[in-house]
Design a protein around this ligand. Structure first.
Ligand SMILES: Nc1ncnc2c1ncn2[C@@H]1O[C@H](COP(=O)(O)OP(=O)(O)OP(=O)(O)O)[C@@H](O)[C@H]1O
Ligand SMILES: [Mg+2]
Length: 159
């Protein structure tokens, strides 16, 4: 019996595919609870803020607004996904701000999850990369088993 599942998502094609496995595990009543997590990447927001600082707005103002917008959007997307699970399991949704790997690992410990279900790739989805940097570090450092759902090769970027 898996007590609870951590499903970290960046809303990419591959993490959407991983969600199908989360749903299947819940439907088969293997787990009691799913924690769904999106991390708004602080580094990404800060580097965008540095870029727009030239256009009048201060970097700090931009960072705050951009972070709030991404957080709101992520909350809405997570809520939609959570609805699909609520018939079969308890669901908790979390949107955090910071380093995705650190926050995925921290959440896994704090929520005492039994397994992490993650995509092999995310938004970058580069063809030649075996595992994205987030999934690779999570596999290396997590203390619980990690179910890595492989990408669909049709979604791969080939530029
Ligand atoms: N910000 C995030 N919040 C929650 N989960 C994430 C986040 N980023 C990635 N993940 C999870 O990790 C999986 C792999 O994504 P990852 O970012 O490692 O690949 P990538 O975007 O293709 O490569 P990279 O980010 O190294 O350029 C995703 O499918 C998702 O499950
Ligand atoms: Mg990524």
């Amino acid at each position: 019996m898996l007590d609870s599942i951590l499903y970290p998502t960046d809303f990419s094609d591959c993490s959407t595919k991983a969600f199908e496995y989360v749903k299947a595990l819940c439907r088969s009543k293997i787990s009691k609870k799913v924690v769904m997590l999106h991390v708004v990447n602080r580094k990404r927001v800060e580097s965008m803020a540095q870029g727009v600082a030239w256009f009048g707005e201060t970097a700090l103002e931009f960072e705050k607004e951009f972070k709030e917008r991404l957080t709101r959007e992520a909350e809405e997307k997570l809520e939609k996904l959570a609805e699909e699970l609520r018939q079969c399991t308890d669901v908790k949704t979390l949107v955090e701000y910071g380093n995705p790997v650190k926050l995925i690992l921290k959440t896994a410990e704090e929520e005492n999850v039994s397994v992490i279900v993650i995509g092999s790739h995310g938004r970058s989805n580069f063809e030649e990369v075996l595992l994205g940097s987030v999934s690779e570090e999570v596999v290396r450092k997590a203390k619980v088993p990690v179910l890595v759902v492989k990408r669909d090769m049709r979604d791969v970027k080939t530029d």
